[in-house]
Design a protein around this ligand. Structure first.
Ligand SMILES: Nc1ncnc2c1ncn2[C@@H]1O[C@H](COP(=O)(O)OP(=O)(O)OP(=O)(O)O)[C@@H](O)[C@H]1O
Length: 666
């Protein structure tokens, strides 16, 4: 490095030190407020609210010494040839840092000004003279890379800092990518909150990363609104959620709910299993109509007039009038339970009018409450609009699943062979959860979220998509997925179907094709499966010419041990992936290397044995796939599963097989 550059690096290091001190001062300021909070807040409730807000703010301002506080710098002034003589300069980092006078030391990457850091180019410099990226090592600033955009300099994906970030060994949980978000990713991250979007991305194109950064971006831009309404991230399984859990806190966001769809809708314990046929049927969208019909056929027009004794009076409403009320309310299509209350309120209104006419004064709230609960009124409601719980409705359906939308054999498949006595004691299956949720949605409106991000969305069943739709009627969604990785029996073949069930048919589907994970050779192997997968998706183009692929015609324990040893001799994580029913024997044969399972989640472990069914969304520097044929034949969409498994590798992929390779690979 020339003395001049050395000098600049020293100046940047000073800025880092001063910024760190400023962040610490910000945190200390909040800590002082926290300590005196109960004295300044008027009452215990405000003190508690303030205390909670401050404690959260302290957490948000935490400084991780291993992550750089800033990673870029923009120097504005299109005419300036170098940073020194140019105009304003801003450092861009994970959060705002200001000095004691309130002057910005570091700008949040989500601020409008920072947008140019990700989007400016030589053809559209956006008034930027110099874009600088910093290289870090363990929180230490080690280098920088300048692009003079107005002079036509643009590194794009040739940036050494981007390359180093992509090629860095992966150990531990997923990290954020704020420093190197690519323009096409940034466009998705910063899409407007009102816009629902769908990203079709090949493996390793950064869909999960985009989703997480979008959550952070939206929370920054619409803090108050989304704090009230909530942001939800849905992932395929708990191991995946653990893997991504650290990304948002690292970006200063600690208030995002993360869940699987099953956990989101779980209201009862799962104590039974379905046949694959019954399970698939329960996820079929026809069942939404079936449950709807079953529920609403309970509503009946009354045959008798209503008579309500009230002290020395008797109020009376004719059957015809009651029938009109029921018809009216029903026409408004309210949630079922709300409809019952509407009918009740309208009936009590009529009683009130009679009472006013006869007594000449208006009875008060207490009278109204009494009438609301009067026996004849409740009896009328129970007759014309009987109350029902979701469990009772689904219980009734599965006991006698006849409906014109279902064939006889489908009804047989669904029918409980040994029904329990009551809905309360029913043994529900995992698929029953979607039916219960559908029923609950018909009966009462569920609470919603301001924004829902769904990862691995290709695996949503129509009924699961409806469960999400119910929770985003007033919000928007981000769908992330890859049709080629659809492994659920109901996986989507085209995005329009899923978007329809989600109630967002107009969401635009955007492809991502630049792969940041999987080496070229490995992508080439995995892409051989694509024609057999029956979906129309653009294949990935790998940004990684490095890495290698080895295919060995043996899956003997010695060969596996040898592959594991070779992998452990290199830096980074090692994942051994096999068919689910071989996982135990694979783990046993590797006992001396102390492998962990996805459940143990030991942060120091470098070797994990992963069942193919849980590999989705994860990545390992070195992947060893044991017996692809067994992975394929373990499930109906086994080839899709294999496609997922082969694309987990960051640096090397070793395939071990005793049996012939599945045809498309051979
Ligand atoms: N712009 C980027 N800069 C650096 N690394 C990136 C970038 N985009 C993605 N990556 C990295 O590439 C890897 C794959 O990203 P991610 O898991 O988000 O991809 P995905 O599309 O969700 O993959 P899959 O479909 O296989 O689940 C991650 O390690 C991520 O950090």
């Amino acid at each position: 490095m020339t003395p001049e550059l050395d000098h600049e690096l020293a100046a940047e290091r000073t800025h880092l030190t001063v910024s760190r001190a400023a962040l610490q001062a910000m945190r200390e300021h909040v800590e002082v407020l926290f300590a005196t909070g109960d004295k300044v807040a008027g009452d215990p409730f405000s003190a508690e609210t303030l205390g909670r807000a401050l404690a959260k703010r302290i957490k948000e301002l935490a400084d991780d010494p291993n992550t750089p506080l800033f990673f870029g710098k923009l120097t504005f002034g299109a005419d300036a040839a170098d940073a020194e003589s140019a105009g304003h300069a801003f450092h861009i980092g994970r959060r705002h840092v200001t000095d004691a006078a309130g002057e910005p030391m570091v700008l949040d990457w989500r601020a409008p000004v920072s947008r140019s850091f990700y989007r400016a180019s030589a053809s559209d410099p956006q008034d930027i003279a110099v874009r600088r990226r910093f290289g870090f090592n363990a929180g230490e600033l080690t280098s920088f890379e300048d692009e003079h955009l107005t002079l036509g300099e643009e590194l794009g994906t040739k940036s050494a800092i981007l390359t180093a970030e992509i090629e860095r060994p992966r150990v531990g949980p997923m990290r954020d990518i704020v420093a190197t978000i690519q323009p096409e990713q940034d466009e998705l991250v910063r899409a407007a909150l009102e816009e629902s979007i769908c990203v079709q991305g090949a493996p390793g194109t950064g869909k999960t990363a985009v989703g997480l950064h979008r959550a952070a971006y939206l929370l920054y831009l619409h803090r108050e609104r989304l704090r009230r309404a909530g942001v939800l991230i849905l992932g395929p399984n708990r191991a995946f959620l653990r893997y991504i859990a650290a990304v948002l806190p690292a970006l200063g966001e600690i208030e995002v709910s993360q869940s699987t769809v099953d956990d989101l809708i779980a209201t009862v314990e799962v104590r039974a299993a379905d046949t694959p046929e019954a399970e698939a049927l329960k996820h079929d969208p026809r069942l939404a109509q079936v449950l709807h019909d079953l529920l609403w056929r309970r509503v009946r027009r009354p045959q008798e007039p209503l008579t309500v004794p009230d002290d020395s009076y008797r109020w009376r409403v004719d059957a015809g009038v009651l029938a009109r009320i029921v018809d009216d309310v029903r026409r408004g299509e309210p949630p079922y339970a709300l409809g019952r209350e509407h009918v009740r309120a309208r009936v009590v209104d009529l009683l009130l009018r009679q009472s006013e006419a006869r007594r000449g004064d208006s009875p008060g709230e207490a009278w109204r409450r009494r009438m609301t609960k009067a026996k004849p009124v409740v009896a009328l409601l129970d007759q014309v609009w009987p109350a029902v719980t979701p469990a009772e409705l689904v219980f009734e359906f599965l006991t006698a699943p006849e409906h014109e939308l279902l064939t006889e054999s489908e009804a047989e498949e669904l029918r409980w062979t040994k029904p329990s006595k009551t809905a309360k004691s029913a043994k529900w299956t995992a698929a029953d959860l979607v039916l219960l949720d559908e029923a609950a949605g018909l009966i009462e409106r569920p609470g919603g979220f301001g924004h829902i991000i769904v990862d691995e969305a290709q695996d949503l069943s129509p009924m699961q998509a409806r469960a999400i739709a119910r929770r985003s009627t007033h919000g928007s969604v981000t769908l992330l997925g890859d049709l080629a990785q659809g492994t659920a029996p109901w996986a989507a073949k085209q995005w329009q179907d899923t978007l329809g069930h989600l109630g967002k048919p107009d969401a635009v589907v955007t492809p991502l094709t630049t792969g940041f994970r999987v080496p070229e050779q490995v992508v080439e192997l995995a892409n051989r499966l694509l024609p057999a997968l029956g979906v129309d998706v653009p294949p990935a183009q790998s940004l990684r010419p490095d890495g290698w692929l080895a295919i060995r015609p043996t899956a003997a324990p010695e060969a596996l041990a040898e592959a594991v040893e070779a992998a452990l001799a290199q830096p980074g994580s090692v994942g051994v992936i096999s068919a689910q029913d071989a996982v135990d024997s694979v783990a046993r044969s590797l006992a001396k290397y102390s492998p962990t399972s996805l459940d143990d989640d030991d942060p120091d472990s470098r070797l994990t044995v992963v069942p193919a069914t849980l590999a989705k969304g994860l990545e390992y520097d070195h992947v060893i796939v044991v017996e692809p044929a067994a992975i394929v034949e373990a499930e109906a969409r086994g080839l899709h599963r294999l496609y997922v498994v082969l694309t987990r590798a960051v640096t090397t992929l070793t395939v071990l097989h005793d049996r012939p390779l599945p045809t498309p690979l051979a």
